[in-house]
Write a protein that binds this ligand. Structure first.
Ligand SMILES: Nc1ncnc2c1ncn2[C@@H]1O[C@H](COP(=O)(O)OP(=O)(O)OP(=O)(O)O)[C@@H](O)[C@H]1O
Length: 475
């Protein structure tokens, strides 16, 4: 996979230097320009994934440069760098489609999550998700969405039926089954494809921040709100908003979301002026929303609003002959990417892979195939190259009750939280588990965020925000 590319336009050589240092190769490619003219030329030639642009440039204002960039490609996320006196201008620019802004002086910790989120948004909006019914697109950045089994053919048919209609779509399926790919395909095949697309992972953002992320806030709305902020519902006017992990949204936020979906208007937090918005909502979750409605944790009226059309992705274990098809496809695609020789898969390897249960679905399959290829020597993939879990005696699998050490440790931890009278046991425990998990995976990947997020099966922005929430520093 090619590294995401950021274009930085600033006449301050320190900022250019700092961005190059903070976003090192091979994780990122950073292009730099010190004038608007030069930046726009680089943009035309290299089509970076996101732009960081100073609001005051020697040859024109950063706002003018940002709107020229958006004339070339309306989907490009532009983050503006402002000084204290110019923040108000940047806020106005956000209502005209800029991605976000940051005020000088800023710390890397402040800007890096924004940059990651802009790069991720850009990837989702611009990387084509190619369906079997599409004309072949010969672009390296195209994702070929695979599937011939009846359930997947139905998914493709549904995307075709619903993409051009302006209705909310609820995408359901286990983790790693391709919900984000489907959201991208719907957006890219819709008549809003050249308008803004933003994605929010509702599970990765704490409730109070999520509210201001979605609706924005007025200056002074709460402690720390020292500037007005424009939320996604305002930025995405005429565009598309993808609400991932919607099943994790708190009841309070569900009520607020329902209101904007019903009335097509909202107020910024701390504001009283109603703001009209025309946003197409795509939502996804791996939770069973029907039972969440049953136990009262998800509002049924919101469910019906989001669920004007449902697309249900089958888990891998129900995709029959698609599994060997995908295995063959990913082996050739990743071998090319990794520069590995690959001719064939030994029948025993294929059998072992086909018999696997794939709880992590397509994402897990991709990870296993990459690991196998990295280990492989020679053009035939024999079972010895498969990851250790494929050779382990199932008796020793951590999910079997016989290996009970970690279970008793965990249950001691839960008991201690109960004894301490905690009312946040679920998040206490998840935080503890994530701490160990993330630290270990980061260590194993020498602190490489891209690799660690790929191995964890979460996006880089989610990993970065989790690191911040848990107070972990990078290794
Ligand atoms: N049908 C498919 N053909 C090819 N690749 C696929 C297919 N479905 C999913 N993928 C790939 O599998 C990976 C996981 O997909 P995606 O992120 O869309 O899953 P998800 O359901 O959104 O996962 P999560 O619930 O964890 O957010 C991605 O790399 C995606 O490109």
């Amino acid at each position: 996979m090619t590294a995401p590319t950021l274009l930085v336009i600033d006449d301050d050589p320190l900022i250019l230097q700092c961005m190059k240092l903070c976003l090192p190769e091979p994780d990122y490619t950073v292009l730099v320009a010190s004038t608007a003219e030069h930046g726009i030329n680089i943009f035309r030639q290299s089509r970076p994934d996101a732009v960081l642009c100073d609001i005051q440039l020697p040859d024109r204002s950063g706002l003018a440069a940002a709107s020229e960039l958006r004339e070339i490609d309306r989907r490009i996320p532009v983050i503006l760098i402002t000084g204290h006196g110019t923040a108000e201008t940047a806020i106005t620019a956000m209502s005209n489609g800029a991605f976000d802004y940051v005020t000088k002086p800023f710390e890397p910790d402040e800007i890096l999550p924004l940059i990651d989120s802009a790069l991720e948004t850009s990837r989702m909006a611009r990387r084509p998700a190619v369906l079997p019914s599409d004309k072949p697109m010969h672009t390296a950045a195209a994702d070929q969405v695979l599937g011939r089994c009846d359930a997947m053919v139905e998914v493709f048919r549904s995307i075709g039926r619903v993409a051009s209609k302006d209705v909310a779509v609820l995408i359901l399926g286990e983790t790693g089954t391709g919900k984000e790919v489907v959201a991208r395909a719907i957006y890219q095949h819709s008549h809003r494809h050249d308008q803004v697309f933003h994605a929010i992972n509702c599970a990765a953002i704490p409730e109070n921040l999520l509210e201001s992320e979605l609706f924005g806030h007025e200056k002074g709305a709460f402690t720390g709100a020292d500037q007005r902020r424009i939320g996604k519902f305002e930025i995405c006017d005429k565009g598309t908003l993808f609400l991932d992990e919607i099943g994790d949204m708190s009841p309070v936020m569900q009520t607020k979301l329902l209101r904007v979906l019903q009335e097509k208007e909202f107020e910024r937090v701390g504001g009283s002026k109603p703001i009209k918005t025309d946003v197409r909502i795509l939502a996804a979750t791996n939770r069973d929303l029907e039972s969440a409605i049953g136990d009262g944790s998800f509002r049924s009226d919101l469910f019906y609003r989001l669920n004007e059309f449902t697309i249900r992705l089958p888990p891998m274990r129900e995709r029959g002959d698609d599994v060997p098809l995908m295995i063959e496809h990913f082996f050739s695609a990743f071998a090319r990417q990794l520069g590995k020789e690959f001719i064939s898969i030994a029948p025993e390897t294929m059998q072992s892979l086909c018999q696997h249960h794939w709880p992590g679905n397509v994402r897990e399959l991709q990870g296993v195939i990459k690991q196998t290829l990295l280990k492989a020597s020679g053009p035939v993939i024999v079972p010895a190259f498969l990851p250790p879990s494929f050779h382990r005696d199932p008796k020793h699998d951590i999910t079997t009750p016989s290996s009970s050490d970690w279970r008793s440790d965990l249950s001691r931890l839960i008991a201690s939280r109960l004894a301490a009278g905690s009312f946040s046991i679920s998040s206490d425990i998840h935080d503890e588990v994530d701490r160990v998990l993330i630290e270990q995976v980061l260590k194993a990947t020498q602190g490489n965020l891209s690799e660690a997020s790929a191995r964890l099966g979460i996006s880089r922005p989610t990993l970065r925000s989790r690191l911040k929430q848990l107070g972990l520093t990078r290794h």
